[in-house]
Design a protein around this ligand. Structure first.
Ligand SMILES: Cc1cc2nc3c(=O)[nH]c(=O)nc-3n(C[C@H](O)[C@H](O)[C@H](O)COP(=O)(O)OP(=O)(O)OC[C@H]3O[C@@H](n4cnc5c(N)ncnc54)[C@H](O)[C@@H]3O)c2cc1C
Length: 493
């Protein structure tokens, strides 16, 4: 029977990054993907392809987007996103819990890793529109998120697949890894199920890159807590925590924020799992320019606490905690032009009317009388004397409300009025496996498990409570590359 140098479990961004890096070491590489080919690519395929990366100026952006035109450079303020800024963001949003070693690898290797991805055939473009608004003829990027892959997540997976093919990486679809083969000293392979057949694949090293447990209702309820069974899954239905379970079964050490996850506001009537035809468009991410009300007709969260990409990943949980697990985003004409394209899809639970009273009647499940009161109180509290600017934290806030809005507060008084119904969509879970700086899995006695590496969502210790947008893909690439390099070297050594 063939012994592979490296077997990678998974078919998303972290798995491909590991596979490509292992090939660079001369290793023979097999990828195992639980999904059929048409559903392959994991959560990575559902993304917008936005990737958080350190850059010290436009030259670093040009290293990732070499065909950036002079016209684009002249009309854009890219600013910088330094290592210090990335560290600060990670420390702040994780409430200083992010593992310092893992965080340092993520930050310091981000730019170098994206340049490496470019060498592997992945193309990037600036995220005009979503991460930079045009004001007086000039774009200004905000929130440390500046590049995305061409074609979003679909494009990313297509480019990774093409690169995998070019580098002779074999992929077996509909092949679910079920167990690790471990003799107490080293991992020597994986047991798999393909249709009704079970078999063992031998390997010198195994990289687990099979995502978190977000698509497993039972694990969500067990670890995230009561109510999480009611969340919608934004992405792949295949990320059921099996990679984590297989490693725990052989004594791997669990690590990180097992009760935490990334979860966003998501279309109320979206299906149970992600739909590749819709991708990430069920999300409703322009809420900093709207207000949110719950079933009682009241606001419950500071919609403008920070830029969208520092609050969106924790507000799904806040919506899940509301009565009936839903909320309505309320808009008027004044900020409608700031809505992202996802507000235009036909699969929206949406109401458009001309008066607040009509809106109150049409918001399903909402206390109408209180809603009208809430709007009046909110409007009266807006500091309209401070000018509105969506490109900066403008300090245009409410005053005197028990739930403040800290930035971008605009009165809701200009028809047409719109309501969008949202619930909680879980993106990925934060808890996972403990790994070394070489992405090698560590056991309960804090020893390295020979032959076992991990990358992507199932690495614990990086994110706690919250997450700076665009870091998941970067983390998968950085740790995938590290894991693939180390596994390839070990297997060939
Ligand atoms: C709708 C949506 C939008 C997002 N947008 C962004 C964004 O713009 N930027 C960003 O950085 N992040 C984004 N994310 C988060 C991002 O998707 C993840 O952080 C990242 O893709 C994780 O990569 P991964 O390779 O670890 O996991 P995945 O890409 O999910 O890959 C896991 C793979 O493992 C396979 N698998 C699972 N179990 C097994 C098994 N037992 N055997 C074999 N294979 C198995 C799955 O089929 C899948 O192919 C988004 C997520 C979603 C859902």
């Amino acid at each position: 029977m063939k012994i592979w140098d490296v077997v990678v479990v998974g078919g998303g961004n972290a798995a491909y990054s590991a596979a490509l890096a292992a090939r660079e070491q001369g290793a023979s590489v097999l990828m195992l993907e639980a999904a059929p080919e048409e559903e392959s690519g994991g959560n990575s395929r559902f993304t917008a392809g936005a990737m958080r990366v350190v850059y010290n100026g436009v030259d670093d952006i040009k290293a990732l987007v070499p065909d950036l035109s002079q016209g684009e450079i002249d009309t854009t303020d890219f600013g910088t996103y330094t290592q210090d800024q990335f560290f600060d963001d990670m420390a702040r949003v994780t409430q200083f819990r992010t593992d310092p070693n893992l965080c340092e690898l993520l930050v310091t290797k981000s730019h170098d890793t994206l340049v490496w991805m470019r060498e592997k055939g992945i193309r990037f473009v600036p995220i005009y529109g979503r991460q930079a608004f045009k004001i007086e003829g000039r774009f200004k990027f905000w929130g440390g998120l500046t590049v995305e892959t061409v074609g979003g997540g679909e494009g990313l997976i297509a480019m990774l697949k093409a690169s995998g093919k070019k580098h002779d990486i074999e992929v077996r679809y509909r092949t679910r890894a079920t167990d690790l083969v471990y003799d107490g000293a080293r991992v020597t392979g994986v047991k798999v199920r393909h249709g009704n057949e079970v078999s063992t694949i031998e390997a010198r090293a195994v990289v687990l890159a099979s995502g978190g447990f977000e698509a497993n209702t039972e694990w969500r309820t067990r670890y995230l807590g009561p109510g999480w069974d009611l969340a919608k899954v934004r992405g792949s239905r295949f990320n059921t925590g099996e990679g984590i379970r297989m490693a725990l079964d052989i004594g791997a050490s669990p690590y990180g924020n097992w009760s935490g996850c990334h979860a966003v506001q998501w279309e109320l009537n979206a299906p149970e799992f992600g739909d590749l035809a819709v991708g990430d468009q069920f999300q409703k991410h322009s809420y900093p320019f709207a207000i949110l009300v719950n079933a009682t007709g009241k606001r419950f969260v500071d919609e403008g606490a920070d830029f969208r990409n520092y609050t969106y990943a924790k507000y799904g949980r806040v919506v899940l905690e509301q009565p009936g697990q839903f909320a309505w985003q309320i808009w008027d004409k004044k900020t409608k032009h700031l809505q992202r394209d996802e507000y235009n899809i036909k699969q929206c639970t949406k109401v458009v009317v001309n008066t607040i009273e009509e809106l109150a009647k049409k918001l399903d499940g909402v206390n109408a009388e209180q809603f009208v009161k809430t709007i009046a109180e909110y409007n009266a509290a807006v500091r309209a004397d401070i000018s509105f600017n969506p490109n900066i934290k403008d300090g245009r806030r409410t005053e005197g409300l028990s739930v403040p809005k800290s930035n971008w507060a605009n009165t809701i008084d200009t028809p047409p009025f719109e309501g969008y119904a949202v619930t909680c969509g879980v993106t990925f879970t934060f808890g996972g496996l403990r790994v070394s700086n070489d992405a090698q899995v560590i056991d309960l006695d804090y020893r390295l498990i020979n032959g076992l590496y991990a990358a992507g969502e199932l690495v614990g210790g990086i994110f706690y409570f919250n997450y700076p947008g665009g870091t998941g893909l970067t983390s998968g690439s950085v740790f995938g590359r590290i894991a693939g390099n180390a596994a390839g070297k070990m297997a060939r050594g």
